[in-house]
Design a binder for this molecule. Structure first.
Ligand code: FUB
Length: 321
């Protein structure tokens, strides 16, 4: 009898232990799921502050991103100095290739004032184009050009684009399927022109872009998908866009792209069949308008080619396998 009771007690203990184990496993699984759902991938670069991301998928199949740099103690944009290159194959883990161009290596340039860069692969070389102030002046901003044989730099300055000296802000270069490269730029009034292949001269007189509205402020961007040309920009209070059927326009205004972002300076790529939106935001670790961080969101098109509005998230995008 004594033996039977002990055996019963042993079985009950065994069953309850098993139940407890199962419950713990379930709880652990639940926790894992919650932490997977809540994974915060934005901002994508955290060891330094980066802004104005110019993203590209180059010939090596990797995603490359060139950014400007915000100082940790910045209280204005004058102290922005030195562009950086980052690469990734999965959109979440980024290799920092370090500084690729600094104002001290630009013979004509002032210290600091290294604003939003853009990049292009042409003539079997990699180029950075960047708005930068001339030595001794802050108003005389030009569009510098620097070149490298490899995407990770360093880039060597080769001068500025002739014929458009003066107020320069935020160049964007776009190469169409026929190999022609266009330059977009401007503040308050967007401008564009065909570039010569040396990238140092315009091939025609600049034109003002007709985008069907009047809210342009800065950060012109051009990309093309399925024969549609998308001209996008920041209005100072959000990102907006317009669509057209050629690189010159006129473009038809379509409204918000990233409409709640005070300033975003975006770029757009397709990587492995998914579209991504790169931009900067201020919402992380005591960020401010001078202490910005690069972030990424998914971008989705509607059937008619228009773009679904994008909003900044902490989750960002998931790792590509
Ligand atoms: O990063 C400096 C300036 O702020 C850029 O040139 C603008 O696009 C804005 O992001």
């Amino acid at each position: 009898m004594k033996f039977k009771i002990s055996l019963l007690f042993f079985v009950i203990t065994l069953v309850s232990c098993k139940n407890q184990k199962n419950q713990t496993k379930e709880k652990q699984a639940e926790k894992l799921e919650v932490s997977v759902q809540k994974q915060e991938n934005n901002p994508v670069i955290r060891h330094i502050r980066t802004a104005d991301p110019s993203a590209h998928v180059w010939e090596d199949g990797k995603v490359w991103m060139y950014t400007s740099r915000d100082a940790e103690d910045a209280v204005n944009y004058n102290s922005m100095d030195g562009y950086r290159a980052f690469s990734s194959t999965d959109m979440v883990n980024w290799t920092d290739h370090g500084e690729v161009l600094h104002s001290k290596n630009i013979p004509w340039g002032a210290k600091g004032w290294m604003w939003a860069p853009t990049a292009i692969y042409k003539n079997n070389k990699y180029y950075l184009l960047y708005p930068h102030s001339v030595k001794g002046s802050k108003d005389d901003m030009r569009c510098g050009v620097a070149v490298s044989d490899v995407p990770q730099g360093p880039f060597k300055d080769i001068g500025w684009i002739k014929g458009v000296e003066g107020q320069w802000l935020d160049p964007c270069v776009f190469t169409d399927d026929d190999g022609k490269t266009y330059l977009y730029w401007g503040v308050r009034e967007p401008k564009m022109a065909l570039l010569k292949d040396n990238l140092l001269e315009l091939a025609e007189k600049p034109r003002t872009i007709d985008y069907g509205y009047k809210n342009f402020f800065e950060a012109s961007y051009m990309h093309k998908r399925n024969g549609i040309y998308y001209f996008s920009y920041n209005a100072g209070l959000g990102g907006f866009y317009a669509m057209g059927d050629n690189p010159y326009g006129p473009f038809e205004y379509k409204g918000g792209l990233n409409p709640k972002q005070r300033q975003d300076h975006h770029s757009i790529i397709d990587y492995k069949g998914q579209d991504y939106f790169f931009y900067h935001w201020q919402g992380w670790n005591e960020g401010s308008k001078f202490r910005r961080n690069t972030a990424i969101e998914y971008l989705y098109y509607n059937k008619d080619g228009t773009i679904k509005e994008i909003y900044a998230t902490k989750e960002g995008v998931k790792q590509v396998q």
